[in-house]
Design a protein around this ligand. Structure first.
Ligand SMILES: Nc1nc2c(ncn2[C@@H]2O[C@H](COP(=O)(O)OP(=O)(O)OP(=O)(O)O)[C@@H](O)[C@H]2O)c(=O)[nH]1
Ligand SMILES: [Mg+2]
Length: 340
């Protein structure tokens, strides 16, 4: 059997190996992505993001547990988890940390957890995450949860992978609500105030509600973040019902599980909304378009790099700095193998 067949048949070892090939950007990994692609598009993708220590991993663990052990009469679903930990230099540390919290899920064949540390470029991190998610999707995981830390550019890019994005806040992170500062509120489909057992949870909830009120259609913030803008339908994709969903706020205590079933209900409600409004098709189109454009750009630049020597690049730059040629001319030279 080929590795692809093994993955499709549920072989965890083949899956783990292929995920590593992809993380290391090997030709085998790339080939696997091509062959697995036709089998994707089935999973529900849930993004969970928030400042460090807000309780994301604990909450993801609870949520996964609920999908595995739903109330009577509801079918359980298989769950894949991709935890992106940009702060950790080695994924080993993240795996260990997560393993402790994920112990309820350990040994469950319906759960697959993958931790990934960022190495090198953050733009690459979003691409790799999306590739790993693609493989888990093909492998048949029905729910895929993507955990990312913080509110930076990389997180916003990663959040764009998900169908439903959950932004987690917790009381005691200072009066300024971190997420809002970074404009991450714009990507939230559901807001969670975790650590609702702590003092200040009501204040945090109230502050978020105020911000949401301000951010309502017609009263939107000036949008500083280009990638968030890109979430809006480009003209060639047609208009969706982008203003029809108002992000609910859910209070949770991830350590005890309080509020998790309510969160799950909101996720289900959002997914239903996505189907009904046509936003799902829309999001998928944008997702694939972004992916294709991103790869295209990467390939074009790589191909161009091969066509030009370091020497030509340096000479051209020197001429530009000496104002012998204009930036436009410099680009013409560089695009033309060193000839003007
Ligand atoms: N009191 C209280 N503590 C919580 C709750 N949820 C998580 N914690 C604790 O908060 C700490 C951080 O939880 P994590 O789940 O590791 O948070 P995280 O957001 O994944 O952290 P990073 O991945 O490091 O950003 C742990 O000690 C948890 O036990 C909660 O609802 N209430
Ligand atoms: Mg975590």
């Amino acid at each position: 059997m080929s590795v692809i067949e093994d993955i499709l048949a549920g072989d965890r070892l083949a899956l783990a190996r292929t995920l590593s090939e992809i993380e290391n950007d090997t030709p085998e990994g790339q080939r696997a992505l091509d062959e697995l692609f036709p089998h994707t598009g089935q999973a529900r993708l849930i993004g969970v993001t928030g400042a460090p220590g807000t309780g994301k991993s604990t909450l993801v663990n609870r949520l996964a547990y609920l999908y595995r052990h739903p109330p009577a009469g509801v079918e359980s679903k298989s769950v894949g988890i991709v935890a992106v930990d940009p702060s950790s230099p080695f994924s080993g540390g993240a795996v260990l940390g997560d393993r402790v919290r994920m112990r309820d899920l350990a040994g469950d064949p319906g759960v697959f957890v993958r931790s990934m540390a960022s190495r090198g470029s953050l733009g690459g991190l979003a691409r790799t995450t999306s590739d790993l998610v693609q493989v888990l999707d093909a492998a048949g995981y029905e729910i895929i949860i993507i955990e990312t830390v913080g509110a930076g550019q990389a997180e916003v890019d990663i959040a764009r992978l998900a169908h439903t994005t959950i932004v987690i806040e917790a009381p005691g992170l200072g009066d300024d609500i971190q997420a809002i500062k970074a404009g991450i509120l714009e990507i939230a489909d559901i807001l969670v105030v975790n650590k609702a057992d702590r003092l200040g949870a009501e204040n945090t909830t109230r502050a978020l509600r105020g911000m949401l009120e301000l951010a309502k259609p017609g009263k939107r913030f000036p949008q500083h973040h280009a990638p968030v803008m890109a979430l809006r339908p480009p003209p060639d994709l047609g208009e969706g019902e982008e203003n029809g969903w108002e992000p609910p706020i859910v209070q949770t205590v991830a350590t005890t599980g309080t509020g998790i079933s309510q969160l799950e209900e909101e996720i289900a409600r959002h997914q239903k909304y996505l189907h009904k409004s046509g936003d799902l098709i829309h999001k998928e189109k944008i997702r694939l378009k972004t992916k294709m454009d991103d790869l295209l750009q990467y390939s074009l630049v790589s191909r161009w790099r091969e066509s030009i020597t370091r020497e030509i690049y340096k000479t051209t730059l020197d001429k530009l700095v000496a104002r012998k040629i204009s930036p436009q001319e410099a680009v013409r030279v560089l695009m033309n193998g060193g000839n003007l």
